[in-house]
Design a protein around this ligand. Structure first.
Ligand code: ZN
Length: 246
């Protein structure tokens, strides 16, 4: 392994530590996002429940108006009843009044039903709001945990970022581009060790994908200071024995 591959390997070591640090912070960020989503979901449930409550209240108020106007009509009819001149007229007005009474009784019993529903909705809304308080506390706790982790990692992050800069210095930019591109395709890992399966029989495989490597590839990775990609997965190959310096 030549100077370039050595430098890339040193870079990979720093990258791996940086990656571990970042994924630790990312995991905390995901927890904050999940906690916030739970609050959003709860807010949705609360607003749905409140909208249902509002609809019930509107129906209740509408019935109130309806009952009042029917009562006014009934008062007029009672007046008319007293002034009825014939039995037939009297009977007809009485039938109307009775129908109005029956209608109002129906409306009033619907109002009673609505009151029961409204009470239940109020209790359910209160429970949902209580639960939201608990969820909001969880958001605050995860946010604090994230802030604490970020603060605790800040030093290491700055140190490793500086180390990464040093490690990248002197590496040809086009090689660095290849390195980053390969890392992107392999969960942040740009390089993999060449694994000796059977040295006597010259059998080697890629440490990333386990596919066998040709002897030509193995020798090239050992003798030439240039990038050798695994022909199966594309990862940059290196010999572990010659990377002791890194
Ligand atoms: Zn491979």
């Amino acid at each position: 392994m030549g100077a370039t591959l050595d430098a890339l390997h040193a870079l990979q070591v720093v990258e791996r530590r940086l990656g571990a640090l970042r994924s630790k912070i990312d995991a905390k960020k995901r927890r904050v996002r999940a906690a916030k989503r739970a609050v959003d979901k709860q807010n949705l449930l609360i607003s749905e429940k409140q909208a249902a409550g509002k609809a019930c209240q509107m129906e209740f108020d509408g019935i109130d108006l309806d009952v009042k106007s029917r009562e006014e009509e009934m008062a007029k009819h009672r007046d008319a009843l007293n002034k009825a001149k014939t039995n037939k007229e009297y009977a007809a007005i009485l039938t109307t009044i009775n129908t109005e009474k029956a209608d109002n009784a129906k409306l009033e019993s619907r109002q009673l039903e609505l009151m029961t529903i409204l009470e239940a909705q109020k209790a359910e809304t209160d429970t949902l709001i209580e639960e939201r308080e608990r969820l909001e506390k969880k958001v605050a706790a995860t946010e604090k945990d994230l802030a604490d982790t970020e603060a605790a990692c800040a030093g290491d992050l700055a140190k490793l970022t500086a180390e990464r800069e040093v490690a990248a210095q002197g590496i040809d930019p086009s090689i660095l581009t290849t390195f980053d591109r390969v890392a992107e395709r392999h969960e942040g890992e740009a390089m993999a060790e060449i694994v000796a399966v059977n040295i006597k029989r010259n059998e080697y495989c890629c440490g990333w994908c386990n596919m066998s490597l040709t002897l030509e590839q193995v020798i090239a990775a050992e003798t030439r200071d240039e990038i050798q990609n695994c022909s199966s997965c594309g990862i940059i190959l290196y010999h572990a024995k010659s990377s002791a310096s890194a």
